[in-house]
Ligand binder design. Sequence first.
Ligand SMILES: C[S@@+](CC[C@H](N)C(=O)[O-])C[C@H]1O[C@@H](n2cnc3c(N)ncnc32)[C@H](O)[C@@H]1O
Length: 266
Amino acid sequence: MTDKPVLTSPVIDGPVADASVTDVSPADKPALDIIDPEQPVTYAKRIKSFVIRAGRMTAAQREGYTKHFGEMGLTLNSGMLDFNGIFGNDNPVVLEIGFGMGKSLVEMCQANPGLNYIGIEVHTPGVGKILRDADDFNVKNLRVFKDDAIEVLAQCIPDDSLESVQLYFPDPWHKARHHKRRIVQLGFVETLRCKIKTGGTYHMATDWENYAEHMMEVMNEAPGYENIAGKKEFHPRPDFRPLTKFEKRGESLGHGVWDLIFKKIN
Ligand SMILES: C[S@@+](CC[C@H](N)C(=O)[O-])C[C@H]1O[C@@H](n2cnc3c(N)ncnc32)[C@H](O)[C@@H]1O
């Protein structure tokens, strides 16, 4: 056994030359659900869509994490989720992958009390921040994973259970040699389709044109989805999507924004 928290991930895309990535066995899973947010977490060997950024949490973020993860946090040890049990109601569930600092997700929770939200983020300060904000604004319809979305989808999200999935401004991995790290790949969107209810939606937004084109190509190839804006069309910016931190940053750099919304048809 190791004495630091270790979480495992399946190999989805083959190995990556990254000395910070260590192969671990399922037997090394932590026994406890609540782990020290500043302990390093080791993921299994595979290409990842993220890098764990350096930088400590602020005192407020740490407090948000330690005080509220117990009530709002979910971990891989939760296993396959029972949404009704978790939220205490049967409202539709929206999943957001990579919420960053979480401001826009908290805004959505407040604007839509009839929906339940699950956010996933690997960046610990962002998790501390969203928990703090959710408590400050008395948000009750939010639960949060500090984990790799690939793991969460595989281990915790039942099939045909989600009203929608939102992926706002995912890391664009600009360089061609890094495009394999982009989270939007055929296998990923097929996994999402299994998790979304028929008639539910998958919404992506990006400020990087080349990634928008890549998303469109992948979605055109993926079976079981219909582009609600029309074939190969981008969607006008929907009012229900609050301005995110990365969208704001993109705007200040003069970037455009591309929204893609697909419905699961089977
Ligand atoms: C460019 S930021 C965008 C954050 C936010 N959506 C926004 O628009 O401000 C992308 C975020 O996705 C997170 N991320 C990337 N891959 C992830 C994964 N596999 N699981 C969970 N979070 C991930 C990163 O940590 C990062 O915070």
